[in-house]
Structure formats: structure tokens, C-alpha cells
Design a protein around this ligand. Structure first.
Ligand SMILES: Cc1ncc(C[n+]2csc(CCOP(=O)(O)OP(=O)(O)O)c2C)c(N)n1
Ligand SMILES: [Mg+2]
Length: 358
């Protein structure tokens, strides 16, 4: 089963890159937007930093719907110079999750911002060139008193990474998220095929290549007697072989056909062509009944056509676009429990301010 799952993942990913019908997104996403929700993989994003503000939304969804698990936002070091990442971090660390929301929702957002710190953007270097913080981990200090539990981790050491994730997952479980990890790694190849790496020296790349964990971790395991050379060689050949096989298969039209030109795929993906009242059978947790909502009552009798008795409806009596959006949203909240309208929070001002000495 594990081998089948590995092949499935590789074949789906390669097929997607080669624009095949067998790709995870039937070839429409490509390498830039590959995603596979059943495996919990959210869309990759062509906008640098784009996922920095999508991921907290996914974490918020988990929190308000009491779903287990957590979100890991894998983002680049250069993306920390981008607005969506800062907005996402600010949104994820709002005081209200822990100080005002009902406790049973579980506290801070369950999210780890995992910075894959490979030292480069396209050709620019965040450290020493395009940013001033020197350490991405330092960013946590400006966000909240816990400094986002920020930590620099040696991304070239799998055991250090496992250890860091274990500890951070516990922090998330305790409702003390968000977390920031500054995972140190290196980009050995250029940003793209046309990148001649003119902004860095050959020696620099060579030094990182020598420290590459594929080599050094292998050595570590040999020295510690965990695995023999033969075991390690077998693992390596096995991986290379399955990756190559799936790569080859995904370029063959018989196994991985392209989507026919007359495909209705986009329409099918965009519209389900059926009515879905709610996505979950739980009872919506409402503070107030839909029909008792004062604004619903206020707009109930407004005129819903542009003309009445052949005359334009006065502005104050016309059901306008703002009313329509409000009514549709509130109605949805009232029938679908996944729509969040239910978080009871302490009114601001009703208790001591969060940071007073008391
Ligand atoms: C908003 C935006 N600006 C610029 C680009 C062009 N661009 C593509 S990748 C990249 C560098 C990203 O660096 P980093 O976030 O460190 O990720 P890495 O590729 O190193 O993993 C840039 C600037 C883009 N795709 N989106
Ligand atoms: Mg980078």
C-alpha cells in the first residue's frame, strides 16, 4: 500500500507538471498551482507570499469548526518581504483567539509558518540585501509576547527538524500558536534554467553541496551503525528508480492523456450544477435567530425590483446590493454550521484590559 501511495503521489504530481488529464488538477494547475486536497495539500502559489495569507484562513477554518490537526505554511525566505505574509502573521496572532473567544474553541490559530530559508529570492538575498532583520526567526519578536515561539532549525539535519516539529506541534495543541520556524537550507540550483548564479561564488555553492544532508546524514547513519552501506544504497536506488519510472509514465499519452480540447472541465470545476444547502449536519451555533436579526427585519420589506408601479423606487426603499450581500451571508450562517457566526466573545471593555498590571 505504501508503495502504491508513493507511486500515486509521484504520478499525480508529474502528470500535473506535464499538463496531463491524470494530474492532480487534471493538468490545469501546472507546477505553479499543484494541489491535492485529499492529502491536505493546499494550492501552491505563483504569487510570492500568496500562501502567507491563505494558510491562516485554513487554520481559522479548523479552529472555528473544531477540526483536528494543524496547518503548515511552507514559505520562502524572500516572501517575508511581502505584504500578504505580514498580514497573514498578524491575522494568525490576533489576541482575540485566546483572550476573547470561547475557550472550548482551543486558543491561538493552529498554524506553523515554516520558512524554507534557502538564502535567496530570485537573485536577491533577504539577509544582507533585501531585508534588515538578519534572522527570519527574529520577526517573531515584533508579533506577540511569545515571539511566535520562533526558532532557527538546521534544515540539513532531519532529526533536528523532526525534534523541532514535535515540540512545535505540542505548542499548537496547547492552543498557543502561531509558530514561526526559520528552517535553514540552501538553494543549490539557480532560481530558473536561465539563472547563471552570477550573484554568488562557486565556492559558496560547493561548500553547501559538501554539507548536503543527502551525503552528511547518510554518513551520520553509517557512523552510528543505524544502517549499512548496502541498506543506504538500496534505499537510494529504489527512490531514484520509482521517481524515474513515474516521470517516464507521466509523459506517455497512453497512460497520461491530455485533456481533450472540447473538455467541459473548467465549467465542471467551477460549478457543481447542483444545489447544496449545507456542508455539515451539525446545528449552526447562532447567537441570534436569522429572522430576529434587527437588520434582516429592517430590510425585509424593502422593494426588490428597480421599478414599482412603473416608477423608480426611492433609494431609501430599494433593496440595494449591500442589503442583498448581507441577507445572503446571514442566511447562509443560519443554515450551514461551517459558516462562522457563532463565536461568543467577551465584550471589549467588560473586563480588565489584557495587558494591565492587574
Ligand atoms: C509577488 C511576486 N513578486 C515577484 C515574483 C517573482 N518571483 C518568483 S519566485 C521569486 C523568489 C522567491 O523567493 P523565496 O520566497 O525565498 O522562495 P524560494 O524560491 O527561494 O523557495 C520571485 C521574486 C512573484 N512570483 N510574485
Ligand atoms: Mg528563498
Amino acid at each position: 500500500m505504501k508503495e502504491l501511495a508513493t507511486r500515486f503521489l509521484l504520478f499525480g504530481a508529474f502528470s500535473e507538471i506535464f499538463a496531463r488529464d491524470t494530474g492532480f488538477n487534471r493538468g490545469f494547475g501546472g507546477s505553479m498551482h499543484a494541489f491535492f486536497a485529499p492529502f491536505g495539500i493546499y494550492p501552491n502559489n505563483a504569487i510570492v507570499g500568496g500562501s502567507g495569507s491563505i494558510a491562516p484562513g485554513a487554520a481559522l477554518f479548523k479552529r472555528v469548526n473544531r477540526k483536528p490537526g494543524l496547518i503548515v505554511a511552507n514559505i520562502g525566505d524572500a516572501s517575508f518581504g511581502c505584504g500578504p505574509v505580514w498580514e497573514g502573521i498578524t491575522f494568525a496572532s490576533m489576541d482575540q483567539y485566546r483572550k476573547l473567544w470561547n475557550k472550548d474553541l482551543g486558543g491561538g490559530l493552529p498554524i506553523i509558518f515554516n520558512c524554507m530559508n534557502n538564502h535567496y529570492g530570485m537573485g536577491g538575498q533577504p539577509l544582507g540585501e533585501t531585508m534588515g532583520c538578519q534572522f527570519i526567526a527574529r520577526i517573531g519578536a515584533g508579533v506577540n509576547p511569545e515571539q511566535m515561539h520562533a526558532e532557527r532549525v538546521n534544515g540539513y539535519d532531519p532529526l533536528a527538524l523532526i525534534d523541532a516539529f514535535r515540540r512545535k506541534i505540542q505548542i499548537i495543541k496547547d492552543g498557543k500558536g502561531p509558530v514561526l520556524l526559520d528552517t535553514i537550507t540552501y538553494r543549490i540550483s539557480g532560481h530558473s534554467p536561465s539563472d547563471a548564479s552570477s550573484y554568488r561564488s562557486k565556492e559558496e555553492v560547493e561548500k553547501w553541496q559538501q554539507a548536503d544532508s543527502l551525503l552528511t546524514f547518510r554518513e551520520k547513519m553509517l557512523k552510528a551503525g543505524v544502517l549499512s552501506k548496502a541498506d543506504l544504497d538500496e534505499i537510494r536506488t529504489g527512490i531514484e528508480s520509482v521517481v524515474f519510472q513515474m516521470f517516464q509514465l507521466s509523459t506517455k499519452s497512453e497512460a497520461a492523456p491530455r485533456i481533450p480540447a472540447d473538455s467541459e472541465l473548467i465549467g465542471q470545476v467551477m460549478f457543481s450544477n447542483k444545489r447544496l444547502e449545507k456542508c455539515d449536519d451539525r446545528k449552526p451555533e447562532l447567537l441570534q435567530d436569522f429572522s430576529r436579526n434587527p437588520r434582516v427585519q429592517q430590510i425585509k420589506d424593502k422593494v426588490r425590483t428597480p421599478l414599482h408601479d412603473g416608477k423608480p423606487v426611492p433609494k431609501m426603499k430599494a433593496f440595494n446590493i449591500r442589503d442583498a450581500i448581507f441577507e445572503a451571508l446571514v442566511y447562509r450562517f443560519s443554515i450551514d454550521p461551517r459558516w462562522w457566526h457563532s463565536v461568543k466573545r467577551t465584550a471589549i471593555g467588560a473586563g480588565p484590559l489584557p495587558y494591565t498590571a492587574a
